[in-house]
Design a binder for this molecule. Structure first.
Ligand SMILES: NC(=O)c1ccc[n+]([C@@H]2O[C@H](COP(=O)([O-])OP(=O)(O)OC[C@H]3O[C@@H](n4cnc5c(N)ncnc54)[C@H](OP(=O)(O)O)[C@@H]3O)[C@@H](O)[C@H]2O)c1
Length: 252
């Protein structure tokens, strides 16, 4: 549904201490901007809150919680909505890369990755989609990954968590876009953050700031799915179209 862009001023950030989320939050700072930040590390969370206030946000409320605790999500989001008065934009940013080798050997390790990257976002999206649908307004932005476009031997557990998240978001969008709610799936490529600190950085790596700008642009243009930086759309189109008979023998 077409709607003119209005700068969101009542903002909930889940996984607010993620490097991408921090860079994105900074882009929304204004004297009218009220933030409700949720993350699991209270010390990092306070430092993010102080940063936003120092740079000119109107108010910042923080809540430290482990987002794997899905039972706590409804009360958490209700308190965010009450505290802000209303939610214009929710960004879901938390996630773990996990250890592919460990996950291959142990279902328990696989389940931990799926709990954080898939089940936790699904629980949050369920509440937020109903909230935005009832208000007939709002933006639900969720950080997925290009890794969800095709399974590769080097990270298919992480990829599966993001791929399933993509499909869940497709369905939610198909349901509530017509109610006036933007559902944005964000698919970054490699980003230089603590999550990828162990990987040697090459020319395909983007900064969190660049990715944050891409996310904001996609919200302003009311996009459904965005690859950030944009060249990943082309790379992934090629990767998705390699015939399985060839793909299964590649070392990716
Ligand atoms: N970096 C990349 O190359 C890349 C590429 C594509 C997609 N992404 C996605 O981008 C998103 C943000 O990641 P990032 O790159 O900004 O990395 P990051 O700086 O390492 O952020 C990851 C965040 O997730 C939080 N988190 C993990 N498990 C959590 C839990 N159970 N409850 C609450 N918070 C939890 C971490 O909190 P703590 O600080 O407390 O650990 C951290 O703040 C993730 O969804 C990631 O999958 C990243």
């Amino acid at each position: 549904m077409y709607k003119p862009y209005r700068q969101p001023t009542r903002i909930v950030v889940l996984g607010a201490t993620s490097s991408i989320a921090m860079a994105f939050s900074r882009l929304l700072i204004s004297p009218e901007a009220h933030f409700f930040l949720i993350a699991r590390n209270p010390i990092k969370l306070d430092s993010v809150a102080r940063d936003l206030l120092t740079r000119g946000a109107a108010s910042v409320v923080v809540e430290a919680t482990d987002l794997d605790d899905t039972a706590a999500h409804p009360a958490l989001l209700e308190s965010a909505a009450d505290s802000l008065g209303q939610i214009d934009l929710a960004l879901i940013a938390h996630g773990v890369l996990g250890d592919q080798t460990e996950a291959q050997a142990s279902y328990a390790a696989t389940e931990e990755i799926l709990a954080t990257n898939l089940l936790s976002p699904i629980s949050l999206i369920t509440w937020l989609a109903n909230y935005f649908e009832a208000r007939k307004d709002g933006t639900l932005a969720v950080i997925s990954s290009v890794a969800g476009d095709r399974g590769r031997k080097s990270n298919y557990v992480y990829g599966a968590s993001k791929g399933a998240l993509n499909i869940f978001l497709d369905g939610v969008r198909n349901r509530i876009d017509r109610a006036g709610v933007q559902v944005l799936t964000i698919r970054p490529g490699f980003v230089a953050t603590p999550m990828t600190a162990h990987i040697p950085q090459g020319p395909l790596f983007a900064t969190p700031q660049k990715v944050a700008q891409g996310i904001l642009k996609a919200i302003q243009n009311r996009k459904d799915i965005t690859y950030v930086p944009g060249f990943w759309a082309l790379i992934m189109a090629v990767i998705r179209n390699i015939p399985e008979g060839i793909f299964k023998n590649l070392d990716l």
